[in-house]
Design a protein around this ligand. Structure first.
Ligand code: PXG
Ligand code: PLP
Length: 440
């Protein structure tokens, strides 16, 4: 049954140009492996792994089976003062999957909830340590940490903050972002230029006194803003400055964890260990919403003092550790470990980079950048109509080339499946090239 106009009108779509979309809705009714099935019966190759979240492909049979079993066994369990057994199993498995020393995790329902949870844990940790004066937070321009008030406050995406400006949380500073097309356009992997931008943290520490800063939150690779790989040595420098001043370093790995940069976590790829790691998305392959915040041992331990009958952290969600999500997470982690996924992702990085950069000479392209299985093609905005060119490219890819490509304004973004075929990917990028050649 085709949707009625009333149904189309009723859904207020997230981060979507609703009126434009509803003139000709791009609707999907099924998915399997690397393809969606559109409502008009076409197979659409997914170049974005859902929304970064479905790296193993859609409807993976092992995850489907695990979810089906779980929903008929324990559908939900009171999350406070009780717990479903499998959420503990998932926590234990995550600790083993994580870098050494991250042996505790707090479950959430999404990346936005993970980001706000991490900020709250950082503030509460310092208080538990007797350092209540450490209450400043530092984010970064162009950072994306979801859409809740904490996340948009430390985040650095102008339009996400503008309307809420007066109500953002207090005591937040921002580091500069690291993209400068004069210095690092068309970089492959980590740009050589830009490590010095981390020194802005030292300036903030001088201004406010480093002893008043609680935490710095950054994405190891800024994703949502259009993929900004960290300059060589940048993250190391942030780590050093944090250490010098006792500041917690939070890596928001909602996108970068679970193979997106060829390792379990970006922290491992870049060889820099944060104190707190936020995750979501790939934790369950996107099948059931779930996030997790992983903390270094000392952080958890700092809370485990005081009277034992008292709650140590006044925080939690109805759906923290949801049993059906936990089942999806357990099945997903099994696949990451058993099916050579990280090796596949690493092997795909070079052919992906090559295919992406082969579009450098297409019309309107002003930058291409990539790392791991994250890639962006930045287009010059159309005169007087920012975003129009990117949206047109997205729509034409969907209708004319049968591929799903994400656009953030005029930046086309790619998040291939961790197990994508190099030829499929090359074909999809050729199709993008065809579209770019015919766009005005
Ligand atoms: N932190 C980071 C680093 C993210 O990338 C979130 C937090 C928020 O997660 P939730 O689950 O609340 O959406 C994200 C999410 C895009 C795109 O097109 C990126 C995200 C979400 C949707 C689209 O790049 N990132
Ligand atoms: N609002 C009300 C009125 C609630 O009772 C609750 C949870 O009990 C919430 C919001 C928070 O919901 P969640 O735990 O799903 O984040």
């Amino acid at each position: 049954m085709p949707l009625t106009q009333q149904q189309i009108d009723a859904y207020w779509m997230p981060f979507t140009a609703n009126r434009d979309f509803k003139k000709q809705p791009r609707l999907v009714v099924g998915a399997e492996g690397h393809y969606y099935t559109s409502a008009d019966g076409r197979r659409i190759y997914d170049c974005f792994s859902g929304l970064w979240c479905s790296g193993l492909g859609h409807c993976h049979p092992k995850i489907v089976a695990a979810v089906q079993r779980q929903v008929a066994t324990l559908d939900y369990c009171m999350a406070f003062q009780m717990g479903g057994e499998n959420s503990f199993q998932l926590a234990g498995q995550l600790a083993e999957f994580a870098p050494p020393g991250f042996n505790h995790c707090f479950f959430t329902g999404s990346g936005s909830e993970s980001a706000d949870t991490a900020l709250k844990i950082a503030l509460a940790y310092h208080r538990a340590q007797g350092n209540a004066q450490r209450n400043r937070l530092v984010g970064r321009e162009r950072g994306y940490h979801g859409v809740n008030f904490g996340g948009i406050s430390v985040g650095g995406i102008g339009p996400n903050r503008k309307v809420f400006n007066a109500n953002l949380i207090n005591n937040v500073d921002h580091l500069p972002h690291t993209l400068d097309l004069q210095h690092n356009a068309f970089s492959k992997g980590q740009p050589a230029w830009g490590a010095h931008l981390a020194d802005e943290l030292e300036r903030l520490a001088a201004l406010h006194d480093g002893g008043n800063i609680a935490a710095v939150i950054v994405e190891p690779v800024a994703g949502s803003t259009g993929i900004l790989p960290p300059p060589v040595a940048y993250l190391q420098r942030l780590r050093e400055i944090c250490d010098r001043h006792g500041i917690l370093l939070i890596f928001d790995e909602v996108i970068t964890a679970f193979g997106r940069v060829g390792e379990n976590f970006a922290a491992q790829r870049f060889g820099v260990m944060p104190d707190i790691i936020t995750t979501a998305k790939g934790l369950t392959n996107g099948v059931i919403p779930m996030g997790a915040v992983l903390v270094r041992d000392g952080i958890y331990d700092a809370f485990m003092r005081g009277p034992e009958q008292l709650i140590e952290l006044f925080h939690g969600y109805t759906y923290s550790g949801h049993p059906v999500a936990a089942a999806a997470g357990l099945a997903t982690l099994d696949i990451y470990r058993q099916e050579g996924v990280m090796e596949q992702a690493r092997a795909l990085e070079a052919p992906f980079e090559q295919a992406l950069h082969s579009l450098a000479d297409c019309p309107h392209v002003i930058d291409i950048r990539n790392i791991g299985l994250m890639g962006a093609i930045e287009l010059a905005p159309r005169e007087g109509a920012p975003g129009a060119r990117g949206l047109e490219a997205h729509k034409r890819c969907f209708w004319e080339e049968d591929i799903a490509v994400r656009n953030g304004m005029d930046i086309l973004q790619f998040s291939p499946f961790l197990n994508a075929g190099a030829e499929d990917l090359a074909r999809a990028l050729e199709a993008v090239g065809r579209v770019l050649k015919t766009i005005h």
